[in-house]
Design a protein. Structure first.
Length: 172
């Protein structure tokens, strides 16, 4: 990998090649939003664990992720002109595992296609709200460290959540 990024925000970047947000990186508990590239608007050739990719775009393929392996992540609300608005893995060499995305990936296990139910997607709050299908839907074997993007406990309720934020409960 070119770099390992933990608890980072990659937003509003543009690349002329692949990976508007990140190219050939390892990302843990990161947010990727508003990035653009011909292939892999969010990321290209990377490994992501407990990340949220939303609102990225590709002028060709893989609006969220292209040729990438994802664990416990959310890849939703991305766009691509040609193929794979959320992800594109032609040839099947990479996989999505325990991810919230659409359509259902052919490579990987534990994925779901229901909308993630962010607290306020238009307002930029990509935390999970109560009742989100991403709560307790991951695999603890690939939990991205002891804390989430906010620095709060990564596992609440026994099983890791999908995305950069761990649902901490409905509050007081």
């Amino acid at each position: 990998f070119l770099a390992t990024l933990n608890r980072c925000v990659l937003t509003d970047n543009t690349a002329s090649g692949g990976g508007g947000g990140a190219d050939s990186c390892a990302l843990n508990n990161c947010l990727l939003t508003g990035n653009t590239a011909p292939e892999g608007g969010g990321t290209w050739g990377s490994t992501l664990t407990n990340c949220t990719l939303a609102g990225n775009s590709a002028t060709s393929s893989g609006g969220g992720a292209f040729y990438s392996t994802l664990w416990n992540s959310i890849v939703f609300f991305n766009t691509a002109v040609t193929n794979g608005p959320n992800y594109w893995n032609p040839g099947g060499g990479f996989s999505l595992n325990y991810c919230c995305t659409t359509p259902l990936p052919t490579n990987g296990v534990g994925n779901l296609t229901d909308a993630p139910l962010f607290v306020d997607y238009p307002g930029g709050n990509l935390r999970l709200q109560a009742g989100s299908p991403g709560i307790d839907a991951g695999t603890n074997a690939y939990a991205a460290g002891p804390t989430d993007f906010d620095g709060l406990p990564r596992i609440v309720g026994g099983t890791v959540d999908l995305g950069a934020y761990e649902f901490q409960g409905a509050g007081p």
